[in-house]
Design a protein around this ligand. Structure first.
Ligand code: ZN
Length: 473
């Protein structure tokens, strides 16, 4: 899923992150084919990288990117599904479904005990936030405070060089450096990462990049079928669609962080990573009243530096399941909008995911998106009906980890089942090789990112005192 990105504004005002899932070093000419909205003004530096990036982790997705037919028999669909042949990059935008209901300011979330009252979305004023879809400046009072909090967290941020745009091929030395645990290139995870659900055939359902115009369509379907998901939301979209974010939250879905402007985080400075995560935490808190404690790095672009910054900010990284370089649980649905994948290819990928889900001993997490009409049509028309027919146990990530929804937010986590700080969605293995306890000093060794922290939440934006215990793995 790593490769390149072109960031642009679409005709609908939503950003288009052109990316290629190609494992080939000759990725499709993303710059020209990235979307139907190639009036696109690429962000600085991105265009030049657009055709060079590639990931070794998404080969499963590329097999069918230009598929024009299914490789299996489609047995279950939503009767109202849009025909596959009509789900294309050039499709006409259909009318969206209105939000199922409008959450009322001051309301209490009945799914969460102890949740603060729901803020009034009219209080969200874009001028109070950084420019949408750009890496926020790091000299603001807010970001400076978050930087200080990370420094005071006791969690060591490894001195790992930034990467450059272009993914693994453009960063050969970094890609070969296994000590940095760069997931994009090696699939490396630490015990702090969530990459699957523990129980076989359990699906931790996730959607990235929203809220969007099309999210209400997805929410309507999920509600009708009594399904809940984790939404990894982009801060800039939360500013645009606060009512939709509130609806997600009040409907019992889990809200989590997917950065402010959707950059490749390993290309940013420490301070920029902090700004990206901090502002997204803040807008989610401002809109919903609660602060999430999980994050997903855009494109899965995480190494030990980004990982430890996330953990220091109280955010547990959540990836998608990866069996090996050619078997990732990525539907590649994102690339339909950009014309880099077909709807048939996405469903062929999904069929492979079903096969793999039955092979592994754990549950699984899949990469899907609620940003585009195409991705929502594929989810509601085909993938979710198929998944329910498979009898997968479908639930948000926090739930698939056997934690209550209240553990997904700082304000409602009672700390009993989910110690905060490293946000606690993950309990690290103790007694691992080299494990040791320390206070306020994390290991900076090759394997030193495993951190378990107890005590006060590091995610309290006004926090300054952190009682930390780090375990080295
Ligand atoms: Zn994303």
């Amino acid at each position: 899923m790593l490769a390149s990105t072109i960031f642009a504004l679409s005709l609908t005002g939503l950003p288009v992150y052109a990316q290629s899932s190609s494992a080939s070093s000759s990725a499709p000419a993303s710059a020209s084919s990235s979307s139907a909205v190639s009036s696109a003004v690429a962000s600085s530096g991105a265009a030049s990288a657009a055709s060079s990036g590639a990931s070794s982790s998404a080969a499963v997705s590329t097999t069918n990117t230009e598929a024009t037919a299914l490789t299996f028999s489609l047995t279950v669909t939503n009767p109202t599904a849009v025909p596959l042949a009509s789900i294309t990059a050039n499709e006409t935008s259909l009318a969206t479904i209105p939000l199922p209901s409008t959450a009322s300011p001051g309301a209490t979330n009945t799914f969460l005990s102890g949740a603060p009252a729901l803020p009034n979305p009219t209080s969200i004023v874009s001028s109070n936030y950084p420019t949408l879809d750009k890496v926020p400046p790091t000299d603001s009072d807010e970001v400076q405070q978050w930087i200080a909090e990370v420094a005071a967290s006791g969690i060591s941020i490894p001195n790992i060089t930034q990467t450059v745009l272009g993914g693994c091929p453009a960063n050969a030395e970094a890609a070969a450096d296994t000590s940095r645990c760069w997931w994009s290139c090696t699939g490396c995870v630490r015990d702090t990462d969530v990459q699957e659900c523990p129980t076989k055939l359990t699906w931790g359902l996730t959607y990235d990049d929203g809220p969007s115009f099309y999210t209400p369509n997805l929410l309507t379907y999920l509600t009708a079928n009594d399904l809940s998901a984790t939404f990894f939301t982009v801060g800039s979209r939360c500013v645009q669609f606060p009512n939709t974010l509130q609806e997600e939250y009040m409907s019992g879905h889990q809200i989590a962080v997917h950065t402010w402007s959707h950059p490749y985080l390993t290309t940013l400075t420490n301070e920029q990573v902090i700004a990206e995560l901090g502002w997204t935490k803040k807008i989610i808190k401002d809109v919903t009243g609660v602060t999430p404690n999980m994050m997903r790095p855009p494109y899965g672009d995480i190494d030990d530096r980004v990982r430890n910054i996330s953990i220091a900010m109280g955010l547990t990284p959540v990836m998608w399941t990866r069996m090996n370089a050619t078997a990732t649980f990525d539907t590649d649905d994102f690339d339909v909008h950009g014309g880099l994948a077909s709807s048939y290819g996405v469903l062929n990928n999904w069929e492979n995911i079903i096969t793999h889900a039955n092979e592994i001993e754990t549950g699984f997490i899949v990469l899907e998106h609620d940003l585009f009409e195409e991705t929502v049509q594929l989810a509601t028309g085909y993938i979710l009906p198929s998944a329910m027919n498979q009898s997968f146990d479908i639930k948000p990530v926090i739930s698939c980890l056997n934690k209550p929804m209240s553990d997904a937010y700082i304000e409602t986590n009672d700390n009993s089942t989910n110690p905060p700080a490293a946000s606690g969605a993950v309990t690290l293995s103790s007694g691992a090789p080299g494990s040791a306890s320390a206070t306020g000093a994390a290991s900076n060794s090759n394997s030193g990112v495993g951190l378990k922290v107890s005590g006060m939440s590091t995610a309290l934006t006004l926090g300054g005192l952190f009682a930390l215990v780090a375990l080295f793995l």
